[in-house]
Write a protein that binds this ligand. Structure first.
Ligand code: HEC
Ligand code: HEC
Ligand code: HEC
Ligand code: HEC
Ligand code: HEC
Ligand code: HEC
Ligand code: HEC
Ligand code: HEC
Length: 445
């Protein structure tokens, strides 16, 4: 009798697991992609950035065509493409790789080459690329999932988030670093190949690299280097992005990351981080003494420690504001993410990485936005300055963090006082919850 009942919890658990998977499947089954696929539909350009999910061939040209026909006709309509292809290793290989190899030969069923198509010939690079997934986020292979699974991807009008996909398409096609239709390894070895995406306030890799000793040498002498050589010891005087981040041409960028994006504090001294650190030291040792490299990486840790001290002070101020229920407007008085049912019924301001603030930088009160900028722009700028050897970027951003902290302190005092005078919080509610912008979003994603 008793053993019969013991099955009940087990069965319930199994049902819950199955239902959980079904729920996730359902969430991904809408017109868009990812966890919010029911809340958005793709613009036409999406078919180029994420061809696996969205590509549809045009039906203007009909029939199965020969390679010579592709070239002849496209020489007239898209001469740049044909010229680039002619100048590429693909057209010059003993067995030339031609248009139909990547696009198919039936013009009504063309496809745009996904990593799998390139991987059918370039197994090594493709395997390395897929294998990156085991290092988790951030990484190139998971970049598209990361973008479309972010709540702020669906929370804003589409026009404002399409740019996400352009950069995050590094996961869904292979022409990010060696661009079509040259597909040149030499191009990918240079630092410019990365900075179309690795730029801007949350990831100023371009600024910090070009201001560093390495970047300065590259800018002054790089044009004279022989870029046909692989990224290996002895071939280059100063390193480029790929030299440091893609060990000897390995198609992975995450296997050495300790601080990763810089948005949360890590313990740099765990045994697994020591392994990562030694990988970095090995890279630097192509050109520097190992002791020197360890010292530089230690300075990066010290910079991080100091940044986190400031960030934690700001977070604790925000927590005390929340504890006193003094945010204005408070979470319940402003629009929630359309997709977040939880937030709608249990509104709560999110503070810091673990509460998901990275995705909550719109629709917040001014003091939260100030902290967001301190954390996302100033902190991340300081990290990249320290990582890449740009001292002025470190100084500038630490000064900015000091100022932000000061401002947050003062602002918190005002909010707490305001709360004591029992200001009427409801007056503005309508403005925030029923604004024109909010309405537009609800209708147009
Ligand atoms: C008679 C001329 C002609 C021939 C032959 C031809 N194409 Fe095209 N191709 C076009 C035109 C026109 C377009 C633009 C169609 C459109 O956007 O409606 C196009 C578009 C494309 C595109 C882009 C599709 C997109 O969604 O943007 C690819 C890729 C392509 N062609 C590949 C090929 C390949 C591969 C062959 C040979 C198998 C080929 N073409 C033969 C005229 C031709
Ligand atoms: C090595 C693979 C490869 C070969 C060979 C190749 N392409 Fe492409 N092609 C690509 C990739 C990758 C894209 C971009 C796909 C995307 O945006 O998702 C592309 C895109 C295109 C596009 C549409 C986008 C654009 O750039 O305007 C056209 C048109 C096109 N190719 C035509 C051709 C023609 C014509 C040939 C032969 C002369 C050719 N391709 C050969 C890989 C290839
Ligand atoms: C049908 C097989 C085939 C396909 C499909 C293919 N390639 Fe290639 N690729 C080659 C061959 C062959 C070479 C030349 C190798 C050589 O010359 O040693 C090459 C060379 C390259 C190079 C080196 C160029 C250089 O400057 O050294 C790159 C980069 C490259 N391919 C990228 C790609 C990408 C990206 C795709 C998918 C969009 C792709 N390839 C699809 C066969 C292919
Ligand atoms: C088409 C845009 C694009 C290009 C080009 C690009 N990346 Fe990235 N990269 C990204 C995106 C997007 C992410 C973050 C992915 C995520 O959300 O997980 C990323 C992540 C990374 C990371 C991991 C970051 C971490 O915190 O661990 C490194 C390192 C990196 N890229 C280096 C490079 C290098 C080096 C190059 C040039 C050789 C390059 N990337 C070219 C878009 C790009
Ligand atoms: C200019 C190119 C670019 C644009 C535009 C862009 N990203 Fe990114 N994103 C990156 C790069 C590069 C990284 C990795 C930075 C690093 O590690 O230093 C990244 C990191 C991220 C991360 C953190 C990765 C992680 O896994 O923790 C998320 C989430 C993200 N992006 C989502 C988005 C969304 C959503 C948008 C649009 C609102 C967007 N990104 C727009 C280039 C871009
Ligand atoms: C983050 C930038 C980046 C992305 C994305 C990328 N590559 Fe590369 N690729 C490079 C760099 C850098 C080199 C030169 C490596 C070297 O010097 O050894 C290269 C070289 C190559 C080569 C030539 C290798 C050789 O030894 O000649 C091939 C083939 C190639 N990549 C295929 C691919 C394929 C397939 C994909 C998609 C799965 C891809 N690449 C995506 C940066 C990238
Ligand atoms: C001298 C080698 C070197 C060069 C050159 C270099 N980086 Fe870095 N990069 C680093 C180091 C070291 C870190 C910090 C590593 C850590 O926290 O684990 C870093 C951090 C990063 C990160 C955060 C993710 C990570 O791996 O920790 C990204 C993204 C990044 N760099 C991109 C770039 C881009 C893009 C360029 C070129 C514009 C570039 N880097 C040039 C050494 C380099
Ligand atoms: C391909 C060679 C090469 C690699 C790899 C390399 N560097 Fe350098 N580095 C140089 C050169 C050349 C200089 C300028 C001359 C000098 O100071 O030795 C330099 C200068 C520096 C400087 C400025 C030194 C000063 O006194 O101002 C720092 C910091 C630095 N490198 C850090 C690193 C770190 C950290 C790594 C590994 C993540 C690394 N480098 C990897 C070649 C390299």
């Amino acid at each position: 009798m008793r053993s019969r009942y013991m099955w009940i919890p087990l069965i319930l658990v199994i049902i819950a697991i199955v239902a959980g998977f079904q729920y996730i499947d359902w969430r991904q089954s809408g017109t868009g992609a990812g966890l919010y696929s029911h809340d958005w539909s793709p613009d036409p350009i999406q078919r180029y950035w994420d061809p696996v999910n969205f590509y549809k061939a045009p039906d203007t040209i009909q029939g199965v065509l020969e390679m010579a026909q592709c070239i002849q006709c496209h020489e007239a309509i898209t001469p740049g493409i044909v010229n680039d292809w002619k100048a590429s290793r693909h057209s010059q290989a003993t067995e030339a790789v031609t248009c139909p190899d990547c696009h198919g030969s039936d013009h009504e069923q063309l496809h745009l080459p996904t990593p799998e198509v390139c991987g059918s010939c370039h197994t090594k690079q493709h395997t390395e690329f897929l294998d990156e997934a085991r290092h988790g986020f951030p990484s190139h292979v998971l970049a598209m999932d990361r973008a479309v699974d972010a709540p702020h991807f669906v929370d804003k009008p589409k026009a404002e988030v399409q740019s996400c996909v352009q950069c995050h398409s590094v996961a869904t096609k292979c022409d990010s670093c060696h661009t079509r239709h040259r597909f040149s390894a030499a191009e990918a070895r240079r630092s410019e190949a990365c900075i179309t995406c690795h730029s801007g306030p949350p990831h100023p890799d371009d600024e910090t690299y070009f201001s560093s000793a390495h970047g300065q040498i590259y800018l002054q002498e790089g044009d004279e280097w022989d870029w046909s050589k692989p990224l290996q010891k002895g071939n280059y005087k100063a390193p480029t992005c790929a030299y440091c981040h893609m060990d000897e041409g390995r198609h992975q960028v995450t296997e050495k990351s300790m601080w990763k994006f810089g948005i949360k504090e890590i313990n740099p001294n765990t045994s697994s981080n020591k392994v990562l650190r030694e990988r970095w030291v090995k890279r630097c040792t192509d050109c520097h003494e190992p002791q020197q490299a360890r010292q530089w990486l230690k300075e990066l840790d010290l910079e991080r420690k100091s940044a986190w001290k400031k960030l934690y002070s700001a977070e604790s101020i925000l927590r005390s504001v929340r504890f006193n229920d003094a945010f204005f407007p408070a979470a319940g008085d402003r629009p929630t993410y359309p997709s977040s049912t939880w937030d709608r019924y249990f509104p709560r301001e999110r503070i810091g990485f673990y509460e998901g603030q990275a995705s909550a930088f719109y629709n917040v009160s001014p003091i939260e936005r100030d902290y967001f900028e301190m954390w996302y722009f100033e902190n991340l700028g300081a990290y990249k300055g320290a990582a890449h050897g740009d001292k002025s970027m470190v100084t500038k951003n630490h000064e900015a963090m000091d100022n932000s902290l000061q401002q947050i302190k003062q602002h918190a005092e005002t909010l707490l006082k305001r709360k004591d005078t029992e200001a009427d919080k409801t007056t503005n509610k309508k403005l925030w919850l029923e604004g024109e912008y909010t309405e537009f979003n609800r209708e147009n994603n």
